[in-house]
Design a protein around this ligand. Structure first.
Ligand code: ACO
Length: 342
């Protein structure tokens, strides 16, 4: 039996496990798109709701409010799980296409309200007269954000809606392939996102910049860190062998916001790039979306412990599109492992 197994590279690197019409990441070209539209171009020109509609194939729901009873004192995963339970998300297998769209669409619309409510420890009321990102910042701070701040965060959130078969998206699709409900898919995807090698990086990038403190300490700090086999947070990417196009645009956005943190980040980036190039001559390791993403989020007033949740509030749209696509495919994802034990 085991002789019939097909061995694939570690981490499934370079393996196409299915087909998709949602988007693609071309790692050798430094390009990615949403349904054929360059994602950085969309981030430069369009609003979040418009881009979400491109990815989902239908408009974002206007139902941003949370139902009563959502559990808010046990973190985001439990909050999402309880939201989906209260919304009565049902097995994808038992639902029509329209019902599946309704379930995932409702979770996408309520997600930012959930993140803001977690911050306050109580359900907050969204404002329907504000655009999604303005509303998110309003719910977080209680005040309307300056246009430049809202636009900067909006660009980060557009850039992070979807990104190929990343670990959390794949997780969402594995769970969707079992016919589980949308809540199970999204809660599972969220768990995968929180890892520091994926969407758990932004807070750690800022911790690193804090520890470095000033540019004169950067070279020594980075070199000692790499000597201890520690990874530089916000550097490296599984697919890109060029600059990360998200990082490039976010560097621009961060520079537009300005400030001491941005200056330090730019200086530390240069030192990190030099050190990594010396140590990994055969592997191009440059800053990824989370490096300047964390700097932008901080400048927009997002607390460090809410950055992964904020990332999730846009990626949930990508997960939703993939859940729908997987549910339509109707094939259980069930690979094998080659047994090498005694
Ligand atoms: N710092 C130092 N060394 C690194 C880094 C890094 N950030 N990233 C990769 N390397 C090294 C590895 O140690 C390895 O070295 P070796 O060949 O001597 O053992 C080599 O580069 C290849 O590393 P892999 O683990 O094979 O790279 P992979 O493509 O699997 O990892 C990842 C990609 C997880 C993003 C990695 O670059 C990393 O850990 N980065 C830091 C965490 C981070 O920034 N995460 C956010 C990613 S963006 C996102 O998910 C939204």
């Amino acid at each position: 039996m085991s002789s019939q197994l097909i061995d694939v590279p570690r981490g499934l690197t370079g393996v196409a496990v299915t087909t998709t019409t949602i988007g693609d990441v071309r790692g050798d070209e430094g390009y990615y798109h949403y349904r054929g539209h360059s994602a950085p171009d969309l981030a430069r020109r369009r609003a979040f709701a418009e881009v979400a509609e491109v990815v989902l194939g239908f408009p974002l729901s206007a139902q941003r409010e949370l139902p009563p009873g959502v559990v808010l004192d046990q973190g985001l995963r439990t909050a999402v799980s309880s939201l989906c339970h209260i919304l009565d998300c049902r097995s994808l297998l038992d639902l029509s296409v329209a019902e599946r769209e309704h379930d995932v669409g409702r979770v996408c619309a309520a997600f930012p309200t959930l993140v803001a409510s977690l911050r306050h420890g109580r359900i907050v009321a969204p404002r329907s007269d504000l655009m999604p990102v303005e509303n998110f910042l309003y719910m977080l701070t209680g005040a309307e954000a300056a246009n430049a701040v809202a636009r900067a965060l909006e660009q980060y959130l557009i850039l992070t809606i979807d990104h190929g078969f990343n670990a959390s998206t794949f997780t969402a699709r594995v769970i969707a392939s079992t016919g589980a409900d949308a809540g199970a898919c999204i809660t599972g995807a969220l768990g995968a996102l929180t890892g520091p090698l994926h969407g758990g990086a932004p807070g750690r990038v800022l911790d690193m910049l804090d520890e470095i403190g000033s540019i004169d300490r950067a070279s020594r700090w980075i070199s000692e860190s790499l000597d201890k086999d520690r990874r530089l947070m916000g550097f490296g990417h599984a697919v890109y062998r060029t600059d990360d196009p998200r990082g490039e645009l976010l560097r621009e956005v961060a520079c537009g916001l300005g400030g001491r943190r941005v200056e330090l980040a730019i200086e530390v980036e240069q030192v990190g790039l030099r050190e990594l190039a010396t140590r990994h001559a055969n592997r191009r390791l440059v800053t990824n979306v989370e490096y300047y993403g964390s700097v932008v989020m901080e400048a927009c007033g997002i607390p460090r412990d809410l950055m992964t949740a904020t990332f999730a509030s846009s990626r949930v749209v990508g997960w939703a599109a993939h859940i729908l696509e997987q549910a339509a495919e109707g094939k259980l994802i069930r690979p094998s492992a080659r047994y090498v034990g005694p």
